[in-house]
Write a protein that binds this ligand. Structure first.
Ligand code: ZN
Length: 276
């Protein structure tokens, strides 16, 4: 069996056998969504997903992080959560609080910072090659990672993410790059991360996808995680990778009902590095 087949099977099994996963994936089928048009070429999907409040509103300051048991460390994970090994270094797990109908987390077996070294970039690229149905993504420690202290990737099915992900857009700053050469791509991503460190350390979201013979990546350059609307409690939105891709998660009904295109353009502008 290929790794993809094993992971698909794991996800299927966990959705039926693990009550929490079953409940949250079933609820995801019922979540409300709506599409908002941002301009002639771009639109986003708004998802009302109250189960994500735990992650969206999570305290991510270093003190709160240090005080909570790390939910990605094996010793703290629910016993129902099964895993598949990757490279002897990572555990592939179902995400029990999904945004996507198939949503996995690939957690390092050791508790270490959410930072990408050249080695972990390569691991991410190899993973996407072995999961060709999926898009692998990474939230920088200050750009939406709910465990900034534990190295992890996530993945969803290509068919569940917006098709515009790998296309240029004007409402946020994204770098698109394609290569057949893993060394070249690793150096490119490392360089982008180093440049990002000078502006807003670890404030980026990265996607990668294996397309037949080459990798495609998208790197969202960010300057902050949460917009002013979040701190003013006007719109409780905490954008991570999936939001940047064009699926914005709201956890309060009032935000889902009231949010409009102008808000979203403003939020993207506040959190993206402005190139102009
Ligand atoms: Zn941990």
């Amino acid at each position: 069996m290929t790794l993809q087949e094993q992971v698909n099977q794991l996800v299927k099994q966990q959705m039926t056998e693990w009550d929490l996963a079953n409940k949250n994936y079933s609820a995801l089928h019922l979540v409300q969504t709506k599409t908002l048009t941002l301009n002639s070429d771009e639109s986003v999907l708004i998802q009302f997903n109250p189960a994500r409040a735990i992650s969206s509103l999570a305290k991510i300051d270093p003190k709160s992080i240090a005080e909570r048991p790390c939910f990605l460390c094996k010793k703290n994970r629910p016993k129902e959560q099964k895993e598949i090994d990757f490279l002897g270094k990572y555990s592939i797990l179902i995400n029990p609080f999904p945004i996507l109908p198939y949503h996995i987390t690939i957690a390092s077996k050791t508790h270490q910072q959410q930072e990408l070294s050249e080695n972990s970039i390569k691991d991410m690229l190899l993973l996407s090659q072995q999961l060709p149905e999926d898009i692998i993504f990474f939230n920088g420690a200050t750009a939406g990672a709910s465990a900034p202290d534990h190295l992890h990737f996530q993945a969803g099915k290509k068919t569940d993410l917006p098709q515009s992900l790998f296309e240029p857009c004007t409402t946020r700053t994204k770098i698109i790059f394609e290569s057949k050469n893993i060394e070249e791509l690793t150096l490119f991503i490392s360089k982008k991360i180093r440049q990002q460190q000078e502006i807003a350390p670890d404030c980026f979201n990265l996607f990668c996808s294996w397309e037949k013979e080459s990798w495609k990546i998208v790197f969202f350059e960010r300057k902050k995680h949460r917009p002013t609307q979040f701190f003013e409690k006007k719109i409780m939105i905490s954008p991570g990778a999936i939001d940047m891709a064009g699926i914005l998660i709201t956890t309060r009904n009032e935000d889902f009902q009231n949010i409009n295109s102008k808000d979203i353009i403003d939020i993207f502008q506040q959190i993206s590095i402005n190139k102009n």
